[in-house]
Structures are given as structure tokens and as C-alpha cells.
Design a protein. Structure first.
Length: 376
């Protein structure tokens, strides 16, 4: 059955959810959100939900800092919930005053005055039970976490209340075009006509975009998220910990738990539709070791549960965000890797600005979907 809309958003993960939330706020747009599975059934459901500015690129750090206001006012945007945003602060740790730590501090200095160096004695003084052996770190109070799936679901629910239509269990087979512009999509449940299509399909974006001459060359890394009971030696909770090489994290979790995880090896090509659920014992050991390095009370901990996750980025390590120049009406937001949840609210606003106003004040040149570094 043919349907007609103003804007089609493909993918109901955190980026797609943020897009429809922003598109339906104050604008009279007929918006349809399409997902091949149930609502928020992809990698967002497995996300650790981290919010912090310690991103691998200055532009991503800007988007994360801009998104903080949304998360800090979670209840105002999405309604009261037991699983709303929890501000914990975040610290990047290093065994020595590594050059990478100094470079990160230099990157963030022009963007915010809320990131500060923290010396060896500073962490355990601020958070009793924290390890004493770290030589240096960077701390920001403006960081925390939220349940990623419930955040995305809340965004979609708010958009539905403003008139958005949701089509789940609907696979987009093809983006339709004619005379150099988008005309809609062909799905397993019929065609949907629209002059504007936003692809936020995560690791499924490649299949839709390649036939249209948009080559993201997505790379994938496997990861794991493990959940532990907090040790009794940790009376006041703890901040988010991130290692300076962007491989591990540790954060609090409700019910006196903590979540820890990592990104592991590159996968080429992964089974993105049915990812391997098994977390290898050696990976469990590495994550547990990191947790114990941060908080010694985790030294003999065993995870209560664990799951895998896939992170996708474009070939040069940066996301693709913006307009596809050779096809009028086509927009892309994909390849955000571990940064997706931190930057999603601002990415949604950017997409809405591009669609409704035709432009955004933010510099997106580093994320251009047609940039030369993707033409390999």
C-alpha cells in the first residue's frame, strides 16, 4: 500500500529517534519512521548509554557538549522516569602523563572550562574506594549515563504524540529516485513517497546507500558490556572511567551495579543482522582487569550478565552526517561508533535544521558523506 509523507527516517536507533524528535518539535512535517524490526531493536538496545565530551575528534566533542543540556533536562523533554539521565562525572585515566592525555586536554580547552586535570591524589579524595596508582587524568562533572533503549523509545513516543507515524517490521529494500532527487522508499509493505529521506540505519546504512553512489566503507568493531555488583568498599558510588586509548569504560548502574565494557578487534565483514552473543572468556578477563584497575574492589568480581555490541564507523573513523549533494532530498547520519549516544540529541537537531531550514550553523565539513577520504 502506497503512503505519502514529507520526511522518511530509516532506522529507530538513538540517532533516528533523535531525528524524529527534533523534526516533529514545532514543525508541521509529516514524518514516518521505518524500522525493519521492533522499535529500537538494533545496537542502541545494547548501548552503554554514555554521555561525555571525551570524543575522538573535536567536532564530535562539540556535538557531545551541545547534547549535554538535553540529557541534563531528560525529564523535561521525555517525562519523569526511573531510568532517566544520571549525572556521575567522568574521568579519563592514564598510568602516566601520556601525550595523548595532554592532546585531549588541549582539544577540549577551547570548547569548555568544565574539564580539569586531576592529580594522583585527586581521584580517591573525591571518590573514596578509587585506585591510587593513576598518575594523571582529566575530569568533568558534566557527564553521566542513561538507559539508551528507553531514551530512544521516549523520543519516538514524544514524536508520535506530535503526529509521527511509526512503521516497524518493515524492511526498506531501496531508496527510490527520479531525475536526480529522492522520491521515497520501497519496503516489504509497499512504497512510501516522500521528497526527503534520512538514512540513520546504523550498520544497515551501507546497503541502502551504495547503489546511490554513497560509499561509507563502514568498519566494525566488536565490543562487550558486562554488569557487576558494586563492591562494599565503594560507599559513595563512582564516576564514569574511560581509558586514554578509548578502549575501555566503567560506569555506575542502578541497583548497586556497575557496567564495564570495551571495544575489541575489527570485524570484516561482521554478521550485523545476527551478531555473536558470546563474550569470550579472555574479553571478560580484560574488562574485569580494567574495572579492578579503577576500583580495586572489583579484583575478584564475576559479571552477573554480559552482552556483545557492534560499533560502526566510516572508513576514516568519523561519522557521515549531512546532505548527499548529488541527490536532492537525501541525508545521512551513520557511522558514529561509540560516540552515538553522547552526540545524538544535537545530531537530531542538525538533521531537522537541514531538512526544515535548508542549512545549519554548525561546521559539518569533517562529516561530509561525500568527503574525499571515503572515496577509496
Amino acid at each position: 500500500m502506497k503512503q505519502i509523507s514529507d520526511v522518511i527516517v530509516i532506522g529507530s536507533g538513538i540517532i533516528g529517534a533523535a531525528a524524529v524528535f527534533a523534526l516533529t518539535r514545532g514543525a508541521r512535517q509529516r514524518v514516518i519512521l521505518i524500522d525493519k524490526g521492533p522499535l529500537v531493536s538494533g545496537m542502541t538496545r545494547r548501548s552503554a548509554g554514555l554521555v561525555h565530551p571525551f570524543q575522538p575528534h573535536p567536532r564530535l566533542a562539540e556535538l557531545a557538549l551541545a547534547s549535554y543540556a538535553f540529557y541534563n533536562q531528560w525529564a523535561m523533554h521525555l517525562g519523569p522516569s526511573k531510568s532517566g539521565y544520571v549525572e556521575t562525572g567522568a574521568v579519563v585515566i592514564a598510568d602516566a602523563d601520556a601525550p595523548r592525555l595532554a592532546a585531549l586536554a588541549q582539544t577540549l580547552a577551547p570548547l569548555t572550562d568544565k574539564v580539569m586535570p586531576i592529580e594522583r591524589a585527586g581521584l580517591p579524595a573525591r571518590f573514596p574506594g578509587i585506585a591510587h596508582h593513576f598518575q594523571a587524568g582529566l575530569f568533568t562533572p558534566r557527564a553521566g549515563y542513561a538507559d539508551a533503549a528507553q531514551t530512544a523509545q521516549g523520543m519516538v513516543k514524544a514524536a508520535q504524540e506530535r503526529g509521527m507515524q511509526l512503521l516497524t517490521g518493515t524492511l526498506v529494500k531501496q531508496i527510490l529516485t527520479a531525475h536526480g532527487r529522492v522520491t521515497g522508499v520501497a519496503t516489504t509493505n509497499g512504497d512510501v513517497e516522500a521528497p526527503l529521506v534520512i538514512v540513520t540505519a546504523g550498520n544497515g546504512s551501507e546497503k541502502l546507500l551504495t547503489p546511490l553512489g554513497v560509499a561509507l566503507h563502514l568498519n566494525f568493531k566488536s565490543g562487550a558490556v558486562l554488569f557487576y555488583e558494586q563492591p562494599q568498599t565503594l560507599p559513595q558510588g563512582h564516576p564514569i572511567f574511560l581509558d586514554v586509548n578509548e578502549s575501555f569504560f566503567l560506569r555506575p548502574h542502578p541497583y548497586h551495579m556497575s557496567a564495564a565494557g570495551n571495544t575489541a578487534t575489527d570485524l570484516q565483514p561482521p554478521n550485523t543482522d545476527s551478531p555473536d552473543e558470546h563474550v569470550l572468556p579472555q574479553n571478560i578477563a580484560r574488562v574485569t582487569h580494567f574495572a579492578a584497575r579503577c576500583i580495586p574492589g572489583f579484583g575478584n568480581a564475576q559479571p552477573k550478565r554480559a552482552h556483545t555490541i557492534l560499533y560502526d564507523t566510516a572508513a576514516d573513523g568519523l561519522p557521515a552526517l549531512g546532505r548527499v549533494t548529488h541527490l536532492e532530498g537525501l541525508y545521512v547520519a551513520a557511522g558514529f561508533g561509540t560516540s552515538a549516544f553522547s552526540v545524538a540529541p544535537t545530531v537530531g537537531e542538525i538533521l531537522a535544521q537541514l531538512v526544515i531550514d535548508g542549512a545549519t550553523a554548525r561546521d559539518l565539513s569533517s562529516f561530509n558523506p561525500m568527503r574525499p577520504s571515503l572515496r577509496i
